[in-house]
Write a new protein. Structure first.
Length: 180
């Protein structure tokens, strides 16, 4: 997956200025795809050169803000990308490599980082739960889009709960081994 596909998806959901897109990105897509605002603007420029997106002409020509929208070539690119197969995501977690190294070197030097990660995962879970309550508190009939968004958020919560459970098992056990 590329940043272009993430941005195309966001722009199909709602045409946006670069800054609005970056802000929305931080609150939604940013939970599972990282990009700086500079990367977003650079990618928007590249997508515009490919005619995947265009800017909407504003009634007030004095503004420098550009509102981006997806064009037919962008929709075709996104549709082509959607039907491609991809392998399940591989866990690429630096913390796991540190733990493997510590298993060889000893010293429990990674323990403070594990404890910090536990705090961060709990904070992420709290954010996801807050969003869930705000957006999906009512279980009445939902449309397909809402259902997909809800299930993505549910997976995020499940992953955070998995990390929290793993860390809450790992940390005390490492402390026991350190005390021996």
């Amino acid at each position: 997956m590329s940043l272009a596909h993430v941005l195309l998806t966001s722009l199909i959901e709602k045409p946006s200025t670069g800054i609005d897109l970056a802000r929305r990105f931080d609150r939604s897509m940013g939970f599972f795809w990282n990009a700086t605002h500079q990367q977003i603007y650079r990618e928007l420029s590249a997508m515009q050169q490919k005619n995947w997106i265009s800017t909407i002409v504003e009634a007030n020509h004095n503004t420098r803000k550009k509102t981006y929208q997806v064009e037919n070539l962008g929709r075709a690119e996104l549709a082509d990308w959607m039907i491609k197969q991809s392998p399940p995501a591989q866990l690429r977690e630096e913390l796991m490599v540190r733990l493997r190294a510590e298993a060889q070197l000893g010293g429990n030097s990674v323990l403070p980082e594990l404890e910090r990660h536990l705090i961060l995962h709990k904070a992420n879970l709290n954010i996801y739960q807050t969003i869930f309550v705000k957006d999906f508190a009512h279980e009445q009939a939902q449309d397909r889009t809402q259902f997909i968004h809800k299930m993505i958020l549910q997976l995020g919560m499940d992953l955070e709960i998995g990390w929290i459970n793993w860390l809450e098992n790992m940390i005390p056990q490492l402390k026991i081994y350190d005390a021996q």
